[in-house]
Design a protein around this ligand. Structure first.
Ligand code: ATP
Ligand code: MG
Length: 423
């Protein structure tokens, strides 16, 4: 089923609001086998909206609009739909009841313009918006489907998952489409593609591979079309296992997993604790770790030793080492990690020190140079990375690299079983 998404709103066209609705819908629709062929953005203007609908319907069976359904004067979508279908509005009583309940529940008086949200085009099937007042609108004409949804992201998401996709599935318009995303860390896209090229070349024709690189990690999405759901899932699972055999140390999770959640689970499973000492990541590593619910079970805390005096005073890094090797060095990052491990009395400690940029680079220590150390019961492991020029990405990549070092250590620990390791 081919689809066009039309995003409506002046705020999108002046760059004030990022069009997350379109990208979110595109990913949900693709996962359901709907092929999104075009995403269009138009202003809050009746004529522009009508033209966009007309053009979208020429090539697509499904057209989904978002935004402009609200109660204010700048919301033109309903008016545009009425003109397009040449229909008028009628009062949909169940929607009015819903609006009154919603306002009553919050103790807010209902204004006429709120009541007007229960006015819907005569040919529309309303889709209940549990989180808001503007219902979604579903139209069918000449074998085509037009859906209009409110712009508020959480209202739109609930309508898509609870009404739009189930309705499309019910009408049996969707062929089976399934995909699985494999999350990898530790190798760039180009090297990775070389390493798996033979597997990729031998994929069956109905199975597609997409590389989705992000700063610090590469996601591999394997997708397939088919008529038999179980068969498609089985085929994908087989390819996923083959791929994993080729890159076992790089795969850290699937679909919506994150490196920090996976590392968190491994810490819980192994009963180990973690602390951090951060210089160039400035607390971002701690933020990633603590964004996982339940991280208090394994995470002790961090010292953000941004200035050398803190490295020396709070972490006890040797002054001579700081002078002789500089803060961005294997010697210093090792001392930071080992000291944090002792001070926090944790099983492991990660430390970062690097030149995040954009300034501060020298010929022998360029921007993007980062040292990460992992102190644990055994020998401290130190890695040196040379990332890029971009400060934000360097901070993120350093933090992910640190988490990945711990992941590999815990992977070894957990696959050895507890026998081999004594703190
Ligand atoms: P409301 O009933 O709240 O007025 P609406 O259907 O009229 O809803 P808009 O007025 O277009 O929707 O947008 C409401 C809010 O939703 C905007 O303030 C904007 O922040 C957000 N929004 C709108 N469109 C998008 C979009 N495409 N992506 C992300 N956010 C959006
Ligand atoms: Mg609005």
């Amino acid at each position: 089923m081919d689809c066009e998404i039309i995003s409506i709103g002046d705020e999108l066209l002046i760059g004030q609001v990022t069009n997350t609705n379109a990208s979110w819908m595109a990913s949900e629709f693709s996962a359901s086998g709907i092929v999104v062929r075009r995403i269009t953005t138009v202003p809050d203007d009746t004529e522009d909206i009508i033209n966009a609908i007309q053009s979208a319907l020429e090539k697509n069976k499904l057209v989904v609009l978002s935004g402009g359904l609200g109660p204010t004067k700048d919301d033109m979508t309903k008016e545009a739909l009425c003109i397009y279908f040449n229909v008028s509005l009628f009062l949909h009583q169940p929607t009015l009841d819903h609006i009154e309940r919603l306002f009553g529940g919050r103790g807010i008086p209902v204004l006429q313009k709120n009541r007007d949200q229960a006015l819907i085009p005569e040919n529309a099937i309303p889709l209940t918006n549990i989180h808001g007042t503007a219902p979604g609108l579903w139209f069918e004409q000449d074998g085509k489907i037009i859906v209009s949804l409110p712009g508020v992201p959480y209202e739109l998401k609930a309508l898509v998952t609870e009404s739009v996709i189930p309705r499309l599935v019910e009408s049996q318009q969707l062929a089976t489409f399934f995909h699985r995303t494999i999350l990898t860390q530790g190798m760039g896209e180009s090297l990775l593609s070389e390493r798996i090229s033979r597997w990729e070349d031998n994929l069956p024709v109905n199975i597609k591979l997409a590389y989705l690189p992000q700063p610090g990690l590469v996601r591999l999405r394997i997708s397939a079309h088919g008529t038999d759901r179980n068969l498609v899932i089985q085929e994908i699972d087989e390819q996923v296992s083959r791929l994993e055999e080729l890159i076992p140390e790089l795969v850290f999770g699937y679909d919506n997993d994150t490196l920090e959640s996976v590392v968190g689970e491994m810490l819980v499973k192994s009963g180990r604790t973690l602390a951090t000492a951060e210089s160039c990541t400035g607390g971002y590593l701690a933020h990633l770790i603590t964004s996982v619910p339940g991280s208090s079970r394994y995470y002790k805390g961090s010292i953000i030793s941004y200035d050398n005096s803190i490295k020396e005073g709070l972490l006890g890094v040797n002054k001579d080492s700081l002078v002789k090797y500089g803060a961005v060095s294997d010697v210093v990052v090792k001392q930071m990690a080992e000291s944090a491990r002792k001070k926090f009395n944790s099983d492991y400690a990660l430390a970062t020190s690097g030149i995040a940029g954009p300034g501060g680079g020298t010929p022998d220590k360029p921007v993007g140079l980062v040292f990460v150390a992992l102190a644990g019961p055994g020998e401290t492991v130190i890695s040196k990375y040379t990332f890029g020029e971009h400060r934000g990405r360097n901070i993120r990549r350093s933090s992910l690299a640190a988490l990945n070092m711990l992941r590999l250590e815990l992977y070894r620990l957990l696959s050895l079983g507890d026998k081999g390791i004594n703190g």
